[in-house]
Design a protein around this ligand. Sequence first.
Ligand code: ADP
Ligand code: MG
Length: 569
Amino acid sequence: MPTETFEFQVEARQLLQLMIHSVYSNKDVFLRELVSNASDALDKLRLAALRDDALDADTADPHIEIALDADARTLTVRDNGIGMSYDEVGKLIGTIANSGTADFLRELKEAQDASGAEGLIGQFGVGFYSGFMVADEMTLLTRRAGEDTGTRWSSRGEGTYTLEKVDDAPQGTSVTLHLKPADPDNQLHDYTSDRTIKQIVKRYSDFITWPIRLVPQRGEGPAEGDGDGEGGSGPETLNSMKALWARPRDEVSDDEYHELYKHVSHDWRDPLETIRLQAEGTFEYQALLFLPAHAPHDLFTRDAARGLQLYVKRVLIMDDCEALLPPYLRFVKGVVDAQDLSLNVSREILQQDRHIRMIQRRLTKKVLSSLKEMKTKEPADFASFWREFGAVLKEGLLGDADNQDALLAVATFATTHSDDEPATLAQYVERAKDGQDAVYYMTGESREALESSPHLEAFRARGIEVLLLTDPVDELWVDAVGEFDGKRLRSVAKGEIDLDPQDGEQGDEQREKQAEEYAGLLGWMKERLGEDVKDVRLSSRLTVSPACVVSDAHDLTPALENMYRAMGQ
Ligand code: ADP
Ligand code: MG
């Protein structure tokens, strides 16, 4: 069959260049990525076989194999998982489907220092390509479960790759790296050494739930030690396969938790926070949740995959289980392992399931209480968390009445009180003036735009604090929440605001007199502005500016109109 040559998509080529001239100093992690893909492929095969009785697949001994050949200088990672079809190889390996990639490459160029670039790489699914950090050529041989024909993909990581159909490929995927010469000065270790590979697997992939076996090299017995209990020269299993969430807390290191996070999230960076939960009683389950350190690029993309991995007694049954957390916690990653769920539940059933709803309630409370604790004990971490995810968390104020108090306990907002210290509503109320019966806020595009607005003048002049809200969701939650600690949430840009109620009758009289005095002018202005405005009136809002535009208390603000329009409403 003919071998066809294809060009990498431009973005893919750029990423490959980055890998080859690696900006990433720790090159060992290429193995973690290949093992992680193999493990995903075995998970997918299990799920596919579970859903489709007719699938003609071999599911007898799912495992991952690593084979080394010091003479040929190759390393092969093999799995007997789901495999890929010819078209899938072209699509999944030849291109980078992620729409954020262009953004990513721009950011990468801006991140002058290598550590910034290192941090950025993780989010874009460059897992497979990381092989080119250590190899000058990669070959992939694969056959999709249930199909007859296999595919061979090969590339030197430069501009092109080749594809070829193969008749006798085993089910699953094997990836063979032709290794660059070892160069310890550059953290390029000898990846044909059994010892090195064992250490790397132990360090990064110990928790993988499928056996990872090291195939003895030609002419060698199994590396000394226990073997696989099979005796003779059989392969040795390198990982313990122990589920981290089922092990006692003090037995698991932070590093181990972090590696699990990287596997489930496909992020290369450490998480900000690890949250454990063990529920006992009639419905038992364990959860291991992670708060990422950085928001993914698709946080506000509608169809982005999200959710936790759902296991039943150590067996993965669903990859992106959304029902386990409310949408406003969609950035949380991790694993839930339940004892008593059916192995073949569907997404639809899960949405309705009483136990799942119970888990969701409990996990939500746990995440919120962890955030509260972080806010007190690790204020810098919390500040960074809020910068990344605050806008999402505030969505919770719209619908989740049960957790409104817990959300408001951690929600912080920019305020005129300080340039860099955001405030909670409680802090605002504590500082409020005697007799002030409202929490004042203003919404807009940016802090700068808000601060130069004439609406703030009177508040500034009187030393009244105003919250400066710049996320689109702010328009919505302030209405949903309505009041805090007996004080109404009021926009400084909406309706009539009487900032000096204490001047009583005298003030009223004065205002009436002024209204009479200016009646002619106001009438003339109303006529001139015609349909463009509803009313023209005197204001106590301003100290410097001559006039400002005010919305009716119930009008949509411009930002909100835009948001609704973007949502197609
Ligand atoms: P990610 O794992 O984050 O999706 P990768 O670059 O590691 O990104 O892999 C890209 C895609 O290629 C995977 O999502 C998967 O669909 C496919 N793939 C990679 N390795 C394998 C494998 N061993 N078996 C089946 N599919 C694979
Ligand atoms: Mg991967």
